[in-house]
Design a protein around this ligand. Sequence first.
Ligand code: PLP
Length: 477
Amino acid sequence: MLNKIDGMGIAATNQPLSAAPPLKGAVDRRRLSQLMDREIERFRSENPKSQELFESAEGSLVGGVPMQWMIEWPGSFPLFVRQAKGVTVTDVDGHDYLDFCLGDTGAMFGHSPDPVAKAVVDQASRGLTFMMPTEDAAWIGKDLSRRFGLPFWQFAMTATDANRFALRLARDITGRPKVLVFEGCYHGTVDETIATVENGKVVSRGGNVGPPSDLAETTRVVEFNDLDGLAAELAKGDVACVLTEPALTNHSGIVLPDPGFHEALRALTKKHDVLLIIDETHTISSGPGGYTAAHGLEPDMLTIGKPLAGGIPVAVYGFTADIAAKIKARTIGPGTSIAGIGGTLTANALALGAMRAALEYVITEQAFAHMIPLAEQLAGGVEGVIREYDLDWYVTRIGARVEYRFQPTAPKNGSEALLGKDGELDRFIHLYFLNRGILVTPMHNMLLTSPKTTAEHVDRHTTVFNECVGELLNASP
Ligand SMILES: Cc1ncc(COP(=O)(O)O)c(C=O)c1O
């Protein structure tokens, strides 16, 4: 068993390597650091073109990247990509990578799926954006209703925007000021949701850049799976909506709902006239209608973005007929106006064309029938390695999404999950994979299987994971 210290997951040892082989299952921090140096050296020597591009970009892009998250990849600079197709990403130095990150869900059905690529090419010569709908919009609306069970839909550019618009409408409809979110949640760069509780007070979460207002004014926060806490906060009467993923998947890592959690959440929100918004952006990994369809959830509103158009920016939010009528009364017709929702390029013709192709031909039952068994195989492979080495780690899965964590058991809530974070170990494992041609989502040990992933790909991950752990522990199973 591992010795947990400082919430970092795994204890360091100060004993010299040769004199004290690590205990079974424990990671020696000095060994980790030596191995990390070796991997960084290898990364540098094998990626000269990426390094050169990074160094030249540093002169004009903050941190050498167009978006700050791109420096979260391990190694001393990000890889620059030449092209990607299916689950293969090729970098500018000519290396091919087997991709389990898949654009952190944006490309979870494989890079540039043929039907989406064709739709993009077809639409590109017929106009890109008009601020008028195309035929595809009506087809998509019907398909979304069929998948997710909500009758009415609106579009946004990103999942962040869909969540922002849903929150605004919820406040407008209910006349209440606050959103309730769960500790450790992530719903994009939505101001009200980047919150935590410190000394009993809701405050902005560490690292949140320039919060516009006191989060205590906009937000209530409770732990996921804490029904008593939820009931107490909703009883205060100022909550417009609960915004949650069906299972937490992002900032905290995966936290699954307890049996009965969703039934109780629905009953409590109804009891207090609070709208329930389910964010399916990541849990679409559960099936073509997300966790909502797979588990019969009945939200008032549903938001989703990322993979809906195969990687072209698009998102949607759906709602019940009752909410649709209220939105209509508020936004359409004489004496109404609309500010705070929508955007000029939203639902542009290119995005609609790509989205229709993705929904019709890519995000299908057949795709999930392929992806989910492979994710089970992936989780089984990781679990086997964890058992072989008697590690105090666990693996969890939600449909086609798998995660392994440096904790002995699955956490019940976001705070417990955050205790299992180990940035040092994370970065090492990621870099080890990267140097051996495998991409894993940065900041998590989170992996997605896609319609283009094969059993051999999964076995390759298991083999490299096994080698990585063996080297870390300086042992064989
Ligand atoms: C559950 C969830 N919702 C919303 C978002 C925001 O997505 P985007 O950054 O594409 O706006 C994310 C991003 O990771 C997410 O995980």
